[in-house]
Design a protein around this ligand. Sequence first.
Ligand code: NAD
Ligand code: UDP
Length: 329
Amino acid sequence: MPRSLVTGGAGFLGSHLCDSLMASGHSVVCLDNLFTGNRQNIRHLEGRRGFTFVHHDVVHPFDFDVDFIWNMACPAAPGHYRFEPVKTTMTSVLGALHSLELAKRTGARVLHASTSEVYGDPEVHPQPESYRGNVNPIGPRACYDEGKRVAESLCFDFRRMHGTSIKVARIFNTYGPRMHPYDGRVVSNFIRQAVMGEPLTIFGDGTQTRSFCYVDDLIDAFRRLMDTPEEFTGPVNLGNPHEFTMLELAREVARHAGVACEVQHRPLPTDDPMQRKPDISLARRVLGWEPTVGIEEGIPRTLEWFRSVRLEDYPPPSPNVMQPEAQGK
Ligand code: NAD
Ligand code: UDP
């Protein structure tokens, strides 16, 4: 039985990954400090043979006898990481360090969840892996962006120094069931607001773009990436290249929710990237992967999940701190 450790396994992506691994016969240690994750996400796995939940903070070392380490732990939504910026940097850097040290001790292979945020507010569009980015190192997003950049550099230093087996995934905006309803990200905000009959909050004029990947497609890419030959390390962009504006997204969510598209504009947060779209040629070539679920299918599936849960079971993990003006103060 292959043995996997999923850090951040009670979160959005981590819990779907745990499902996928359990379904294909892995034993799974799901490690999480439950900052933005929720035990509800893995409730159906708890008690099943081969599944263990461990409450632990990755800033402290950990030790498990495993073959695969999937390093997902890190708050991912801007509102949460801005609430605890220093802890976010520490989680990103020390979580990667401790995953890599464990891999060095055990010979396990590490898949590290990096991000499109390493490209910052990109001047190259769409972004290929060779683009080195345009990150503001002292801005309010830097705790996350620079934390993730250091984590990538640690992966490659462990590779060069110790021959550690690494796979670095640069994940672009992903959405789906089990996104925290109060994580402040755009898809969860719009869907929650539509379900609750509130206006959809658009930051800025809504012309900024993103490209959204449905979670099942991303997990498929993770599994393919972990299975690539030893010499393939990435970084590799994983995301859906279909790009649209936040205004278009608002209209789509309202249409699928069957509500009028009433929007409320708020100030654009500092350093908010104006556009983002992955160049996924490398993933297509090496992983033989292509996203298959568009928003016309993914939004209804996500809406269905939001309608099926009790929102009070998902208390906001943090006050969701954005810059003061974005909160209307
Ligand atoms: P999430 O917040 O749902 O999951 C993160 C998980 O990590 C949560 O369960 C949280 O409780 C846990 N965690 C946070 N700090 C921890 C700590 N110090 N110790 C142990 N556990 C800790 O977010 P997600 O969307 O599932 O993101 C998972 C990973 O993927 C993150 O590393 C994130 O940076 C990366 N990523 C996600 C996206 C996306 O669009 N979802 C995009 C780019 C990168
Ligand atoms: N956004 C928005 N309304 C919201 C939340 C976010 O218009 O209620 C915008 C945000 O300013 C950004 C885009 O949507 O331009 C995506 O934001 P998200 O936090 O989901 O992801 P990221 O900025 O990390 O790509």
